[in-house]
Design a binder for this molecule. Sequence first.
Ligand code: ASP
Length: 324
Amino acid sequence: MSFTRRILMAGSALLMGIAGAAAQAYPNKPITMIVPFAAGGPTDVIARIVGEHMSRTLGQTVVIENVAGAGGTTGITRASRAAPDGYTIMMGHMGTHGAAPGLYPNLAYKPQTDFTPIGLAAGTPIVIVTRKDLPVKDLKEFIDYAKKNEKTINQAHAGSGSVSHITCVLLNEMLKINPTPIPYQGTGPALNDLVSGKVDYMCDQIVSVQGQVAGGGVRGLAIATTARSPSLPNVPTTMEAGLSLFQVSAWNAVFAPKDIPAEAATKLRDALVKAVTDPATKAKLEGLGGVVPDAAGASPEALARLVRTENDRWVPLLQSRVKQ
Ligand code: ASP
């Protein structure tokens, strides 16, 4: 056999070996999970809790990277364009993958086709929260106050299409109030301003406000679910508070870019299911008011269905209400 042929065969054997090792060893380096909002908000809180447990199963660190802006669509656009190798994933949610097409006509991604759904991480009931010194003690007094002070009252949200934006669009419409919107890079920073009294109220996901409500840093007027949350037993439901029509919960879920290797998708899905079914991780999320799915609820198929139904729900609703 000629020298050249021997070199070529050795080279191809080496390449096959490297390719084989790389293919077998996913993940063989840290994985980036893009959180499309600022640190400290509900999506970040859930990503860090779930990502930490996923790291254990995957044997590689899941590194959280906060990429905020445009109601979460900046970070999701970035993630959707990442190399489809399983080393960039994202924590999307009801805004970025449900509502966004209704508010961003030129959205750079299609929630139903441009991603690999990995699975639901946690449902997040919405709580109406106000700064603690707003001169109201319940939702009824808040409604009266908001109507009387419509010219001055302001409401925080995490950008157009974010959960805190779209859910308060519904609330404000029901209350027939038109507050001054104050956008933030996430409801983490918004909560800081609510605690310091710089902003009056917001509609936020329970997991990041639970501690401040329980500790008295902000006031929780009502939770938009049919039953009270065990994590906030003293916060009445909107039904008890006289606003039964305001029933809304959000959700946060793990996605990868489309067309990642099947092995990566399987390992990511298994790591997510192990995280949400791990008793300690489940307890941590539930302790913050999160609603944690079971293995079936955390499946890629369930998430794909959820994105479809949420697009069907939110897109027409928002297109008819919010000027583009
Ligand atoms: N999920 C966003 C955050 O984590 C808040 C929102 O969507 O309203 O900041």
